[in-house]
Structure formats: structure tokens, C-alpha cells
Design a protein around this ligand. Sequence first.
Ligand code: SAH
Ligand code: SF4
Length: 369
Amino acid sequence: MSAPSDKVNLLGMPKAKLEAFFETLGEKKFRAQQILQWMHQRGVDDFDQMTNMSKVLRDKLKEVAEVRGPEVVYDETSRDGTRKWVMRMDNGNSVETVLIPDGERGTLCVSSQIGCSLDCTFCSTGKRGFNRNLTAAEIIGQVWVARRAFMPFDPTDRPITNVVMMGMGEPLLNFENVVDAMNLMMEDLAYGISKRRVTLSTSGVVPALDRLGEVTDVSLAISLHAPNDELRNKLVPLNKKYPISELLAATRRYLARLPDKRKATIEYTVIQGVNDQPEHARELAVILKGLPCKINLIPFNPFPESDFSRPSMNATRRFQTVLNEAGYVTTIRTTRGDDIDAACGQLVGRVEDRTRRSQRYIAVQQVNP
Ligand code: SAH
Ligand code: SF4
């Protein structure tokens, strides 16, 4: 976000926090509802346009508060319709956000941190280390920017039907800000997205997963990637702290608390010669027994600093067949937005490197004018 200031940014505040804010100004709580609609449903960031508030209140707001979204530094649409934004946050750090349209559905892939501290060996974000947590305003700001791209607001038009917290970062290590932002995604006065269609993806921070179940009921994706601890320790170092059995037990507890019947998504990045053999699939089928889940196979997406390779489609299909035959609904994620480097879960920290970024984007624009 450009021009940081000491004013309070209202963009990231869920309803309860906004109500408390207006009370401190000596205003009625219902102002929170009005401003939520202005900011999130109409994409307005200028208090003077909020015409159902008095001039006096608008002037008061201008003194102490602001509505400030991320600054868009790149906005490109791929040949297949996938749209990617690079957004600059305070301190000049950037994150990437991707919208993947698919028929009636539009899935927005949102980042929760700049970088990530967990250092999974196959992940380009992890390779770049951790910089900082995003604020709630910076997280919901990604949805705000994407929604504003489809203004003027038409309530019948729903370009964003689903949100997945699968961009950069581990959302459970930025707990409160992620929960506030997800509450705004689901808030009827903001984006009104169904709790079934807001998905948090985690590599398995077990205690935070239990806390999550106490405060929300969004859908869950678990980044498993391996059927045993020996292999998972190598791919997801966090596994040494919270091994598979504990992670799956916490997943069961989370699902059991939900008021409706829902399945977790098990994410499995398939890496050639590492975790792609039929015996891995058979072992996976055994450990997932009894867990309400569907499995999503993600063919590894290569990046320059990695020694791993993408598996052949045959190997991935063979893996899928073993799981299907064991009774699991298993899909293979197709890569979208290849030409703009927009694979979800693969939002490359490449943006940090300004020179390479601009070269890359010039190349992209040549391919995709
Ligand atoms: N930190 C969270 C969410 C972000 S990663 C998590 O790990 O779940 C989102 C998904 O993309 C994860 O399942 C992650 O394992 C996967 N992913 C990361 N790098 C990848 C790569 N190079 N190829 C394929 N999938 C990758
Ligand atoms: Fe972090 Fe997720 Fe990447 Fe692992 S896969 S390093 S948890 S962003």
C-alpha cells in the first residue's frame, strides 16, 4: 500500500471491530453496516462519496481514518482468462493474487504473508524466507482490488464466488488477521461468500488449527504431500513438530465441529521420483481411511532454484487411479494462467527481484499483448 500513514485503515476491520470504532467516535453502531457496504460492495475509498453519512461525520472520519487498498503494480489476464495482480503493500513489498474463472465460478487465490518461514523444499515462497505478516487490510485488500476490477457494482454479477488462502504464506501463522479477513469475505454486508467457499490451506500448524475451529467454520485444505513421516519430514519440515497422525487428528476434530457435513481437501503435490509411486498412493489410501476428504493432486510446478521435476501425466494419472480405486474422490489440478506465471499455490516471490520481474513481465507482455 502506498503512503503509509498513522490513520486507522478501516478496510480490514470486520463488523464488530468497526462497531467498536464508531462507538469510540461517539457514533451509532449502524454506521459500521453503512461503511462496510461502501467499502466492500461498492469499492468506495473516498469518505466524501459516502453520501448517507453527514458532512460532519465524513470530516471527522477523514481526520482519523482512511480506506486504503493495496497499490496495483501489475494486472494481466492470461489467454485462458486467468487474471493476475501484483500488489505493492507498505514497505514496498509485493504479493500476487490470482483469479481463476471457471464457468459460473471464479476462484481468487489470496496471500496471507510476505514470504513464509516454513521452508517446504518444493515451494518457491518458502525458498525466499519470511518477511512479514500481511495486515487484515492487506489480505482483504486483495479481494477488494479484484472485486473493484469488475465495477460498477452489479449484484447479479459474481466474479468472485470462491476464495482460497493458497497464495504466499502460511495463513495459520498470521491467525488474527487471516480470521478478520475471512470474516469479511463471508460477511453479507461485504462480499457474502459462503463459508463452504472460503478455504484455508495449511501445512499443518496443529494448535492453530484447533483454535481456528473455535472461531470459524471455513473449509479446510491440508497440504499433506507425503504418506509417511519420514518422507513428509523432508518435504514439509514442520512435520517434525506436528507429525501426520497429529495433523490428521486435528483435521478430524475441525470437521467434527462444523455444523454441516463437509470434507477436507487433501493437497498432494506430486514430485517426480520423490512421492509419485503407486506404493505412495496405496500408503496414502490407508492413512486417510475414515477421514471425510477429497484429494487434490498438484503436479509439481518447477521453478529455477529447485532440483525437483514435474511428474509425467501418466505417473500422476496412475497415482490418481490407485486412489480412485480405493474409493477416494481424487482430482488433478490443471495449471492455469501458465503464460502469466499464475499457478495457484505457486505465487512466486520473484516479484521481490525488481530487475528480473520487469524482464519477466516484458516477456509476458510480448507473449500476451
Ligand atoms: N502455506 C499454505 C498455503 C499456501 S501454499 C500451505 O502450505 O498449505 C498452497 C499450496 O500450493 C500448498 O498445497 C503447497 O504445498 C502448494 N505448492 C507450493 N509450491 C508448489 C509447487 N512448486 N508446485 C506445486 N504445488 C506447490
Ligand atoms: Fe509456506 Fe505453504 Fe510454501 Fe510450505 S508450501 S513454504 S507452508 S507457503
